[in-house]
Design a protein around this ligand. Structure first.
Ligand SMILES: [Zn+2]
Length: 215
Protein backbone atom coordinates (compact mmCIF):
# COMPACT_ATOMS: atom_id res chain seq x y z
CA UNK A 1 0.00 0.00 0.00
CA UNK A 2 1.00 3.60 -0.57
CA UNK A 3 -0.41 6.68 1.09
CA UNK A 4 -0.07 10.02 -0.69
CA UNK A 5 0.16 13.25 1.31
CA UNK A 6 -2.85 14.61 -0.55
CA UNK A 7 -5.14 11.70 0.40
CA UNK A 8 -7.51 11.89 3.33
CA UNK A 9 -5.95 10.93 6.64
CA UNK A 10 -6.55 7.29 7.72
CA UNK A 11 -7.13 8.47 11.31
CA UNK A 12 -10.68 9.37 10.31
CA UNK A 13 -10.49 13.11 10.95
CA UNK A 14 -11.79 13.88 7.46
CA UNK A 15 -8.84 16.17 6.83
CA UNK A 16 -6.01 15.63 4.38
CA UNK A 17 -3.14 13.48 5.62
CA UNK A 18 -0.62 16.27 4.95
CA UNK A 19 -2.55 18.66 7.20
CA UNK A 20 -3.48 16.10 9.86
CA UNK A 21 -1.16 13.34 11.15
CA UNK A 22 1.68 13.85 8.66
CA UNK A 23 3.34 16.84 10.39
CA UNK A 24 3.38 15.03 13.76
CA UNK A 25 6.46 12.78 13.62
CA UNK A 26 5.10 10.32 16.19
CA UNK A 27 1.73 9.98 14.45
CA UNK A 28 3.39 9.80 11.05
CA UNK A 29 5.63 6.92 12.19
CA UNK A 30 2.59 5.00 13.43
CA UNK A 31 0.72 5.60 10.16
CA UNK A 32 3.71 4.54 8.03
CA UNK A 33 3.99 1.37 10.08
CA UNK A 34 0.27 0.68 9.51
CA UNK A 35 0.69 1.39 5.79
CA UNK A 36 3.44 -1.23 5.64
CA UNK A 37 1.20 -3.81 7.35
CA UNK A 38 -2.11 -3.12 5.58
CA UNK A 39 -3.28 -4.64 2.30
CA UNK A 40 -6.07 -2.15 1.65
CA UNK A 41 -7.65 1.05 2.91
CA UNK A 42 -10.07 -0.73 5.29
CA UNK A 43 -7.26 -2.59 7.01
CA UNK A 44 -5.26 0.60 7.21
CA UNK A 45 -8.09 2.46 8.97
CA UNK A 46 -8.50 -0.45 11.40
CA UNK A 47 -4.80 -0.58 12.19
CA UNK A 48 -4.58 3.17 12.75
CA UNK A 49 -7.59 3.05 15.10
CA UNK A 50 -6.18 0.18 17.14
CA UNK A 51 -5.27 1.38 20.64
CA UNK A 52 -1.68 1.03 21.82
CA UNK A 53 -0.86 -1.93 24.04
CA UNK A 54 0.80 -1.46 27.41
CA UNK A 55 3.25 -4.09 28.61
CA UNK A 56 3.86 -4.56 32.33
CA UNK A 57 7.36 -6.01 32.57
CA UNK A 58 8.99 -7.12 35.83
CA UNK A 59 12.79 -7.16 35.81
CA UNK A 60 14.51 -9.20 38.53
CA UNK A 61 18.27 -9.06 39.00
CA UNK A 62 19.29 -12.68 39.49
CA UNK A 63 23.09 -12.78 39.19
CA UNK A 64 26.11 -10.51 38.91
CA UNK A 65 29.12 -12.42 37.65
CA UNK A 66 29.52 -15.30 40.10
CA UNK A 67 27.42 -13.70 42.84
CA UNK A 68 23.79 -14.77 43.14
CA UNK A 69 21.21 -12.22 44.28
CA UNK A 70 19.27 -13.86 47.08
CA UNK A 71 17.23 -10.91 48.41
CA UNK A 72 14.87 -9.67 45.71
CA UNK A 73 16.00 -6.66 43.69
CA UNK A 74 13.41 -5.86 41.06
CA UNK A 75 11.77 -3.06 39.11
CA UNK A 76 8.47 -3.28 37.25
CA UNK A 77 7.94 -1.10 34.20
CA UNK A 78 5.03 -0.05 32.03
CA UNK A 79 6.02 0.32 28.38
CA UNK A 80 4.09 0.97 25.21
CA UNK A 81 4.24 -1.60 22.44
CA UNK A 82 6.02 0.90 20.21
CA UNK A 83 8.94 1.27 22.62
CA UNK A 84 12.09 -0.51 21.53
CA UNK A 85 14.33 -2.88 23.45
CA UNK A 86 16.87 -0.06 23.51
CA UNK A 87 14.29 2.18 25.24
CA UNK A 88 13.72 -0.65 27.72
CA UNK A 89 17.48 -1.00 28.25
CA UNK A 90 17.71 2.73 29.09
CA UNK A 91 14.80 2.44 31.54
CA UNK A 92 16.47 -0.50 33.28
CA UNK A 93 19.80 1.33 33.43
CA UNK A 94 18.15 4.30 35.16
CA UNK A 95 16.00 2.29 37.54
CA UNK A 96 18.82 -0.04 38.67
CA UNK A 97 21.36 2.77 38.76
CA UNK A 98 23.71 1.03 36.31
CA UNK A 99 26.25 3.12 34.41
CA UNK A 100 25.24 2.29 30.78
CA UNK A 101 28.91 1.82 30.01
CA UNK A 102 28.85 -1.59 28.30
CA UNK A 103 27.10 -3.58 25.62
CA UNK A 104 23.92 -5.49 26.39
CA UNK A 105 21.68 -8.19 24.95
CA UNK A 106 18.09 -9.25 25.35
CA UNK A 107 17.45 -12.96 24.76
CA UNK A 108 13.78 -13.43 23.95
CA UNK A 109 13.91 -16.96 25.28
CA UNK A 110 14.69 -18.49 28.68
CA UNK A 111 18.17 -19.46 27.52
CA UNK A 112 21.09 -17.13 28.15
CA UNK A 113 23.31 -16.69 25.07
CA UNK A 114 20.76 -18.12 22.60
CA UNK A 115 22.02 -16.32 19.49
CA UNK A 116 18.91 -17.08 17.45
CA UNK A 117 16.80 -14.92 19.78
CA UNK A 118 19.36 -12.27 20.66
CA UNK A 119 18.84 -8.51 20.30
CA UNK A 120 21.85 -6.39 21.17
CA UNK A 121 23.34 -2.90 21.05
CA UNK A 122 26.05 -0.79 22.59
CA UNK A 123 25.31 2.01 25.12
CA UNK A 124 24.44 4.41 22.26
CA UNK A 125 22.00 1.99 20.66
CA UNK A 126 24.34 1.09 17.80
CA UNK A 127 24.16 -2.47 16.57
CA UNK A 128 27.58 -3.98 16.06
CA UNK A 129 27.54 -7.32 14.31
CA UNK A 130 30.49 -9.58 14.88
CA UNK A 131 31.43 -12.17 12.30
CA UNK A 132 30.66 -15.23 14.40
CA UNK A 133 27.85 -17.75 14.15
CA UNK A 134 24.31 -16.34 14.08
CA UNK A 135 24.43 -12.55 14.20
CA UNK A 136 22.27 -10.84 16.78
CA UNK A 137 19.39 -8.52 15.85
CA UNK A 138 19.26 -4.81 16.63
CA UNK A 139 17.78 -3.85 20.01
CA UNK A 140 17.27 -0.29 18.75
CA UNK A 141 14.88 -1.26 15.95
CA UNK A 142 13.03 -4.11 17.72
CA UNK A 143 9.74 -2.88 19.17
CA UNK A 144 8.23 -4.62 22.20
CA UNK A 145 4.99 -5.34 20.29
CA UNK A 146 6.85 -7.25 17.54
CA UNK A 147 8.52 -9.80 19.83
CA UNK A 148 5.56 -12.19 20.09
CA UNK A 149 5.30 -11.71 23.85
CA UNK A 150 2.31 -13.04 25.76
CA UNK A 151 1.45 -12.82 29.45
CA UNK A 152 3.85 -14.94 31.54
CA UNK A 153 6.55 -15.00 28.83
CA UNK A 154 9.98 -14.86 30.45
CA UNK A 155 13.11 -13.58 28.79
CA UNK A 156 16.61 -12.45 29.72
CA UNK A 157 18.44 -9.15 29.81
CA UNK A 158 22.22 -9.38 30.00
CA UNK A 159 24.13 -6.18 30.65
CA UNK A 160 27.89 -6.11 30.33
CA UNK A 161 29.33 -9.23 28.70
CA UNK A 162 32.36 -9.03 31.03
CA UNK A 163 30.78 -8.61 34.46
CA UNK A 164 27.57 -10.37 33.41
CA UNK A 165 24.65 -8.73 35.18
CA UNK A 166 21.84 -11.19 34.47
CA UNK A 167 18.20 -10.11 34.78
CA UNK A 168 15.07 -12.15 34.26
CA UNK A 169 12.12 -10.32 32.70
CA UNK A 170 8.53 -11.51 33.10
CA UNK A 171 5.62 -10.18 31.06
CA UNK A 172 3.13 -9.69 33.89
CA UNK A 173 0.31 -8.05 31.96
CA UNK A 174 -0.57 -6.83 28.49
CA UNK A 175 -3.41 -4.32 28.43
CA UNK A 176 -4.84 -1.65 26.20
CA UNK A 177 -3.78 1.94 26.75
CA UNK A 178 -6.66 4.08 27.94
CA UNK A 179 -7.35 7.61 26.70
CA UNK A 180 -6.51 9.03 30.10
CA UNK A 181 -3.38 6.93 30.65
CA UNK A 182 -0.34 8.62 32.09
CA UNK A 183 2.96 8.93 30.30
CA UNK A 184 4.94 5.84 29.43
CA UNK A 185 7.45 4.38 30.07
CA UNK A 186 6.82 4.42 33.78
CA UNK A 187 8.02 2.52 36.85
CA UNK A 188 5.14 0.64 38.47
CA UNK A 189 6.93 -1.07 41.33
CA UNK A 190 10.35 -1.15 43.02
CA UNK A 191 11.75 -3.75 45.40
CA UNK A 192 15.19 -3.79 47.00
CA UNK A 193 18.30 -1.71 46.38
CA UNK A 194 20.64 -2.87 43.59
CA UNK A 195 24.17 -3.84 44.67
CA UNK A 196 27.10 -1.66 43.60
CA UNK A 197 27.83 -2.35 39.90
CA UNK A 198 31.53 -3.03 40.49
CA UNK A 199 33.36 -5.12 43.07
CA UNK A 200 32.36 -7.75 45.59
CA UNK A 201 29.29 -7.12 47.69
CA UNK A 202 27.40 -8.67 50.56
CA UNK A 203 23.92 -8.36 52.01
CA UNK A 204 23.79 -6.16 55.10
CA UNK A 205 20.92 -7.49 57.21
CA UNK A 206 20.78 -4.41 59.45
CA UNK A 207 20.59 -1.98 56.57
CA UNK A 208 18.60 -4.52 54.51
CA UNK A 209 20.61 -3.81 51.38
CA UNK A 210 23.66 -4.93 49.46
CA UNK A 211 26.88 -3.09 50.30
CA UNK A 212 30.45 -3.30 49.03
CA UNK A 213 32.39 -6.04 50.80
CA UNK A 214 35.01 -4.42 52.99
CA UNK A 215 37.20 -7.33 54.12
ZN1 LIG B 1 -4.91 12.19 10.98
Amino acid sequence: MKLQRNEKCPCGSGRKYKKCCYPDLGKRAEILRSVSLANNWEELVQLVAKPMEIYQLKVVLIRMGFQEIEEEVSRTFGLEGKHTLYDFHMDIQGAFDWDNDHMFSFYITDKLSDRENEYSANPLGEHLVSGFATPSKSAATAQIRDLGLTEDTKFIYLFDYGDKLVHEVTVEKISVKSQTAKKFPTIINESGTPPPQYGQFEYDKEETKYTTKTS
